[in-house]
Design a protein around this ligand. Structure first.
Ligand SMILES: [Zn+2]
Length: 391
């Protein structure tokens, strides 16, 4: 017998006050990447209060966890929770609401655990903000055997299938020769000149970038004394692109600019590339099914919205491994605030934010039930995933 969808909704509503309290508590105690001990503990306690067991330190990561319900057999669906915050601006990305929504969906499905024709995992994924928690979990095999993965993210509008950019972080360190900046500047080779020239050369290349590419950098060392020609200078760039192919091309351009600037200034440059996140490959078949659930709950999501920019997420890496969705749901009016702004942090602890977490929980619970019960849907999701991997 099919799982009663309205019973899933009721279960989310029943858990509503606890979900809001959890979201508010996480918001009041923001924790940075890999330090989310309190958040992790609170979610685990909520699961245990519901009689569910929690596998802590998933993949050897202190602040990752997993809970599992259902038959243990395939298909297996993963619902992902994030809970890390940002330095200075706390939960300005609303990950406290991601955690509440994921927990709500899982608790609702847990009420029907004995009826589930498959398995559902709640995966606690730390350190989305730069720490790549999901990449470490992927490497540890946490998504092996998962047929589809889903999460939602707070935003200023409802979008089902929004891009997220692939990234690579480049640390550029220049080494020249110091000299007194007044007595004998001709004896020096300025590392800072090369550092600044790199920014200008990159700007000169923007005309060749494809739409959606982002290259943004900061100077992390511009010298230490104004009367010394700087011997050392350093910058960090984040290179982002809609596809891994374009990322590779832009990465090469930025390296070329750094080497050209170093050559011109007569200094050395050391380039360190650090793996970033992969672009998000949205499974549109699954995103549309999630959208249908949202519509039945009274929301009017857009499939895409090119008028709003894209960030990056380690869910992109998950989406290259298993069929995935990462829809966005409004917690404020369109244009009122966006992720990483202080005003957005306020929205992440508002009644409207809590309401969105409940809607997301219901939609994820329904979509998960659809995936478990509807073999044709899962087949179509897999087929799209295979097609995307070939292209
Ligand atoms: Zn975020």
């Amino acid at each position: 017998m099919a799982i009663d969808r309205s019973s899933l909704d009721r279960a989310v509503d029943d858990a509503g006050p606890d979900l809001s309290a959890l979201a508010a508590d996480l918001h009041a105690h923001p924790e940075l990447a890999y330090e989310e001990h309190r958040a992790c503990g609170s979610i685990a306690q909520a699961l245990e209060r519901a009689g569910l067991s929690v596998e802590r330190e998933l993949g050897g990561i202190a602040t990752a966890f997993r809970a599992r319900i259902g038959s243990g057999a395939a298909p297996r669906i993963a619902i992902l929770a994030e809970y890390d915050a940002l330095p200075e601006i706390g939960h300005a990305c609303g990950h406290n609401l991601i955690a509440a929504g994921a927990l709500g969906a899982f608790l609702a499905l847990a009420r029907h655990a004995s009826e589930l024709p498959g398995t559902v995992d709640l995966v606690g994924t730390p350190a989305e903000e730069g720490g790549g928690g999901k990449i470490r979990l992927l490497d540890a095999g946490a998504f092996r055997g998962v047929d589809a993965a889903m999460m939602y993210h707070p935003y200023d509008r409802d979008i089902l299938s929004h891009p997220a950019l692939a990234t690579v972080r480049l640390v550029l360190t220049y080494r020249g020769a110091p000299a007194h900046a007044a007595i004998a500047p001709w004896d020096g080779f300025s590392a800072l000149t090369a550092c600044m020239e790199t920014f200008r050369l990159i700007d000169s290349q923007r005309v060749h970038f494809r739409d959606g590419v982002r290259v943004h950098g900061i100077v992390t060392d511009g010298g230490q004394a104004v009367n010394v020609i700087p011997e050392r200078a350093a910058s960090v760039f984040l290179v982002r692109a809609p596809t891994l192919g374009e990322l590779e091309r832009i990465h090469a351009i930025v390296e070329r600019c750094a080497r050209g600037a170093a050559l011109a200034a007569g200094v050395e440059v050391e380039i360190e590339a650090r793996q970033g996140y992969k672009n998000m490959v949205n499974n549109v078949t699954l995103a549309r099914r999630f959208g249908a659930a949202l519509e039945s709950l009274g929301r009017s999501p857009r499939e895409t919205d090119p008028s709003v920019g894209s960030g990056s997420t380690d869910m992109g890496d998950v989406s290259h491994a298993v069929p995935s969705i990462h829809p966005y749901l409004a917690i404020c009016d369109e244009g009122e605030a966006l992720c990483h702004q202080r005003a957005f942090a306020d929205c992440a602890v508002s009644e409207r934010g809590f309401e969105t977490a409940r809607v997301a929980a219901k939609a994820m619970a329904r979509t998960t039930a659809d995936l478990l019960e509807d073999a044709a849907l899962l087949g179509a999701v897999r087929e799209e995933f295979t097609r995307q991997r070939r292209s």
